[in-house]
Design a protein around this ligand. Structure first.
Ligand code: SF4
Ligand code: MG
Length: 320
C-alpha cells in the first residue's frame, strides 16, 4: 500500500461540565468526523482559520491527545488505542515541527544536546557516534558544525526553525507533523525554510502533514490539501484542482485572500462576515451558513456530507 497514514472519522471532543457535580452539559467538538490519508513521500496540507481544529487534529493523529472516536492507522497498524512501549515505538516515526521550535525546549541547553536528546532517548550509541550524527544533521539543514556548541538565543527565527527541523529528523521519522512552521517568519525566510523542507523530504523519504492558516504557504509545498472549518473537512483534493477550481464557498473566500503575481487575474476579495463560531455551539446544518453568501434555507437545517464531485475532489456543500 502507498498509504502511510489513514485517519477515519476522527473525533476529538472536550466535555463541558457544569455545577457542583460536574455534570456534562455539552461538548466542544474540536475535531468532528475527520478523515484523511497521507501517502508515502507526500505532503498533505491541512488549512483553516485559527480555532478550526487543525492543530488538535494533528496532535490527536500523533496520539499526543486521546481520540474520542474514529481510527488512526499508521503503516498499516491500528494505532488508535495503543499505549506504553508500542506507543513509544510509533512516536519515533512521527515527529513534530512547531511554530516556535524552542518554546518547548530548554533554553539553557546547548544546541548539540537539544538535537541529540531524542537519539539518546531511543538508543545507547557512543557519544562520538551521536555527535557525528548531530553534526551531519546540522549540515543537512544548512547550519555549520559550530552550531553544536551554541545556545538557542544566538540564532534568528529562521535558523532556529532549521535547528528544530534537525531535531525532528534525529530519529529518521516517516512522518513529520509541521504545525504552522513558517508563520512566525518573514516571507523571504519562509520560502527558504519551505525549500529546505522539500529537499529534506526527498533526502529522508518523509511524508508531511503540514498545518497552516494560510493557503499561500501550503500551495508551495502540498500535493493534496484539505480545508477545515469548525472541526470538519469541507473540501479535499489535489493542490492543482483546489487552486484551479475551489468549490466550497469557504475555500473560495480563503483563496481570494491569496496574493497572485498578476493583479488582473486576481478575483475579488471575498470578505468573510463575522468570526468563526464556537465549536461548543456550532451553527445547525452547514456550520458555515451564517457566513456563506450562497446560503439557502436548506443550509441551516441539513448538514452537508463530504462527497465526491469529481475524481479525487470531495466537497461538503449543498451547492454540489
Ligand atoms: Fe454555503 Fe450552504 Fe454550501 Fe454551506 S452548504 S457552504 S451554507 S451553500
Ligand atoms: Mg493552531
Amino acid at each position: 500500500s502507498n498509504v502511510l497514514l489513514q485517519v477515519d472519522n476522527l473525533k476529538k471532543h472536550y466535555p463541558i461540565t457544569a455545577g457542583f457535580l460536574s455534570k456534562q452539559v455539552g461538548a466542544v467538538r474540536a475535531v468532528d468526523d475527520l478523515s484523511l490519508t497521507v501517502k508515502y513521500g507526500e505532503t498533505f496540507g491541512l488549512v483553516g482559520e485559527s480555532g478550526c481544529g487543525k492543530s488538535t487534529a494533528g496532535r490527536t493523529i500523533l496520539r499526543l491527545l486521546e481520540p474520542t472516536e474514529g481510527s488512526i492507522h499508521f503503516q498499516g497498524d491500528d494505532i488508535t488505542n495503543i499505549k506504553g512501549t508500542k506507543l513509544r515505538q510509533i512516536r519515533k516515526d512521527m515527529q513534530m515541527v512547531f511554530q516556535d521550535p524552542f518554546a518547548s525546549l530548554n533554553p539553557k541547553m546547548m544546541i548539540g544536546h537539544l538535537i541529540s536528546e531524542p537519539i539518546r532517548n531511543y538508543s545507547n550509541r557512543s557519544e562520538k557516534d551521536v555527535k557525528d550524527e548531530v553534526i551531519q544533521l546540522l549540515e543537512k539543514v544548512g547550519m555549520d558544525s559550530e552550531t553544536y556548541y551554541k545556545y538557542p538565543h544566538e540564532f534568528s527565527g529562521g535558523q532556529r526553525q532549521r535547528i528544530g527541523i534537525a531535531r525532528a529528523l534525529a530519529l529518521k521519522p516517516k512522518l513529520i507533523l509541521a504545525d504552522e512552521p513558517v508563520s512566525a517568519l518573514d516571507v523571504s525566510i519562509q520560502s527558504q525554510v519551505l525549500n529546505l523542507m522539500q529537499d529534506l523530504q526527498v533526502d529522508f523519504q518523509l511524508s508531511y502533514l503540514f498545518i497552516a492558516h494560510d493557503l499561500s504557504v501550503v500551495k508551495h509545498i502540498s500535493d493534496r490539501i484539505g480545508v477545515m472549518y469548525l472541526g470538519r473537512m469541507v473540501e479535499l483534493t489535489d493542490k492543482h484542482s483546489l487552486f484551479a477550481k475551489p468549490l466550497h464557498p469557504y475555500t473560495q473566500a480563503l483563496m481570494s485572500a491569496v496574493p497572485v503575481p498578476d493583479p488582473s487575474k486576481r478575483s475579488q476579495r471575498i470578505i468573510l462576515q463575522g468570526d468563526v463560531p464556537s465549536p461548543a455551539s456550532p451553527p445547525s446544518g452547514c456550520s458555515f451558513h451564517p457566513r456563506c453568501r450562497y446560503a439557502k434555507p436548506e443550509c441551516s437545517e441539513v448538514r452537508p456530507l463530504l462527497k465526491q464531485v469529481a475524481p479525487d475532489h470531495q466537497v461538503a456543500c449543498h451547492l454540489y
